[in-house]
Each structure stands twice: as C-alpha cells, then as structure tokens.
Design a protein around this ligand. Structure first.
Ligand code: PLP
Length: 380
C-alpha cells in the first residue's frame, strides 16, 4: 500500500512477511557467503557479507522510507556513517561545519580529516550569515550541520542552509540524530544527505552501536559512500541490524514520550533557584525556538541541558547524587542519562563547565524531576 503513515511503516518493520515461513518478524540473515547460480551469476543479489546483507537492507529500507530518501546505507557506527559522508566527497574538499556539534566528529574534522584531503571551516551554524561567510564558492563541497546540536541544542535552519549550500554548488548533510525522522525530515527541507547515530533514538535501547546515511538521490556521492563501506568493511553486523530494526518499530512512541517528558523537565527547572539556565529548544527563551517550532513537528526532542548554579564543582556534585538518572555518556535510550559534558569534550569545546546534559528516557517524568531536584539540592 502507498502513502502509509511513517509509524505504520516503522511499527511493522516495513510491512513485509517472510516468504519462506510467513514470519511477521523480519528474519535474521547471518550468512557471510551465498551460492552462485550454475551459470556463475548471483541472481538473488547477494554474494558476500561485507558489501551487503539482507537484514541490513531491511533496516535501510525502513529508514529510507522514514526519511523520504532515495537510498540508505547502514553502517557500523554513527562515526563511520559521518566519516564516510566526508570521505565520499571529491577531493580536495573544503567543508563547512558547526562550532557546536558532536565533539568526536569535530575532533576528527579538525585533527584527522586534513591529511585525508578534507579541510573544515567551523562556523556559528545558528547564524545563516556566518554559514554563508564560511562557504568558498566552487571549493566547498559540503555544509555539515547538526540540529539540535550537542550539547547546547543550537538550532540551524535546514531550508535556509540548503539554499546557501546549493547556491554555492555544495551539498548539505544533516546530523539528524537528535531530531530523528519522527520530528524532522531534512530531505524534504532540501538536505542532500541525512546522517544518524543509530546508537541513539533509532535503536533506542543502549545495546547497539550503529550509524546510517540516507541520500536524497542515488548519485555519485551515494555510489562512493557505498563503495567505501564495502571496501573498508564498515557495514553493520546482521545481529545488530536486527536489533536496530526491532528498535525502529517503537521509535515514534518513544520519541513522542521523550519530547513531552523533556518539555516538562525544561519547564520545571527553567525558574529553579539553583539552576542558572535550561537549554532546550522547546522553551521560548531558547534563541532557536522559532526555527525549531517551524522545522520540528510534534516536539522539540528528548535532549536538554541545565547549567547548575555554583559552577563546575556543583554540576559534578549534582551528577554524583542522582539515584534514578544514570551517570553515563550517550543518549536516546529508554533509561535517562545525565552527563557532565565538559569532562568529556576537552579544551576546545564550547560546552560551559557548569553544564549537565540530560537524555530523557521512558521513566515517569515525576520520578526524574524529583531525583534531579534532590541531587541539585544536595550539591549546592
Ligand atoms: C549527534 C551525534 N552524532 C554522531 C555521534 C556518533 O555516533 P556513534 O557513537 O554511534 O559513532 C553521536 C554519538 O554520541 C552523536 O551524539
């Protein structure tokens, strides 16, 4: 059937029934090698597990549908997906990237990418004029944005940035990990590539490291990315792909709950005497609120940060006192995580030292608010 709602596609993992058994759960294909036809062909389309796998293809098909793209690639991590997008560019490549972004990718762009022919200019991606000023017409091959961006939840206008990119002959790629396809479909807003750390909301259960790229077109960039994945062997393993597919089936219900709970949390702590500031695009005080309200449908995401009064020591002390929240990195899982982010991001990070990053899970919002209340009270 055509024109099904995205949650219908996700809930049924694409809706297919296994032809051999009638199973309504997609089968897990573990084979690394496949029989050749007697005339030496591989008519079923599979020859070896490094370039391709049927379970991975199924996860790709669901994600490609959710993102409204033409083709998808599922890879072994979010970082392998992101770096593959950069390495699939023609070289030498100048790229524009945000100052506020996932710190691991910022580090790779700053320290590793130059020797691979990729030179990045870092700009304030909340400001279209700064993005425009960072572009080198004829030389910039990609503008990379992350929205909302770690860990300040900076918002970038996707449609505006797509127009800037395309006017300069560049592509636009969006790290959409935090907004998920439930809230925003960047390709519909003009993006050429959408990237996810599937480790986060897509899988949602903190038990798979995975990444994905979805392409607006099956073009030369897509072909180079697919070749890189096959050559470097960065395809996701079939078991992890099955877990990812299983996670995707509940994506919509999880993300909608997490958005509502994060909003409740943000509103509760916004006027708290022991909180300096709450960073959440759902609050009218957030500088990106207007843009977020336009491009995120049905919620502002499950991630927020709070700046604790009393500085770094108070923030670390508050994180030490939580009982329900788990003190751990990562995000997007069913269990709520709290992290003193500056401890992980290093000296060149825009993250203030008093910031605690919160990934809101599926526990009772009242329990989560109560636990954070007592932790902050005990720390300051
Ligand atoms: C926004 C964002 N992008 C990319 C990544 C990298 O993903 P992975 O850890 O799956 O390699 C992360 C991981 O924290 C992230 O939060």
């Amino acid at each position: 059937m055509k024109n099904l709602a995205p949650e219908t596609v996700a809930a049924q993992a694409g809706g297919g029934i296994d032809e051999a058994t009638g199973a309504i759960v997609p089968p897990l294909h573990m084979a690394t090698t496949f029989i050749r036809d007697p005339d030496n062909q591989y008519r079923k389309g599979y020859s070896y597990g490094r370039p391709d796998n049927a379970t991975v293809r199924q996860a790709e098909a669901v994600l490609t549908t959710l993102e409204g793209g033409a083709a998808g690639l599922v890879l072994s991590s979010g970082m392998s997906a992101a770096t593959t997008a950069f390495l699939a560019l023609e070289r030498p490549a100048h790229v524009v990237a945000p100052k506020v972004m996932y710190w691991g990718l910022r580090k790779w762009l700053a320290e590793d990418a130059p020797s691979l022919g990729v030179e990045a200019s870092f700009v304030d991606a909340a400001d279209p004029a700064a993005i425009r000023a960072g572009v080198r017409p004829g030389k910039t091959r990609l503008i990379w944005i992350e929205t909302p961006a770690n860990p300040l939840w900076t918002i970038t206008d996707i449609a505006d940035t797509a127009a800037i990119a395309h006017a300069a002959g560049s592509l636009l790629a969006v790290d959409s990990t935090v907004q998920t396809p439930v809230l925003t479909q960047p390709i519909a807003l003009g993006a050429d590539i959408v990237m996810h750390s599937g480790t986060k909301y897509l899988n949602g259960h903190s038990d798979v490291i995975a990444g994905a790229l979805v392409f607006a077109r099956k073009d030369a960039t897509w072909e180079r990315a697919q070749r890189l994945r096959a050559m470097l062997g960065t395809i996701l393993g079939p078991f992890e792909a099955a877990l990812l597919l299983r996670g995707l089936r509940t994506l919509h219900v999880r993300v909608r709950h997490q958005c509502a709970a994060a909003m409740a949390m943000a509103q509760h702590f916004a006027c708290h005497p022991r909180v300096e500031a709450v960073l959440y695009p759902g609050l009218a005080t957030h500088p990106g609120h207007g843009t977020a309200a336009r491009q995120m449908a049905g919620g502002f995401g499950g991630m927020l940060s709070i700046r604790v009064k009393g500085g770094e020591a108070a923030a670390i002390a508050a994180a030490a006192k939580v009982q329900i929240w788990k003190r751990a990195t990562s995000l997007g899982g069913v269990e709520s995580l709290i992290e003193h982010r500056a401890s992980i991001e290093g000296a060149d990070s825009p993250c203030p030292p008093d910031l605690l990053r919160l990934s809101v899970g599926l526990e009772s919002p009242a329990d989560l608010i109560g636990d954070l209340e007592q932790a902050i009270a005990g720390a300051t």
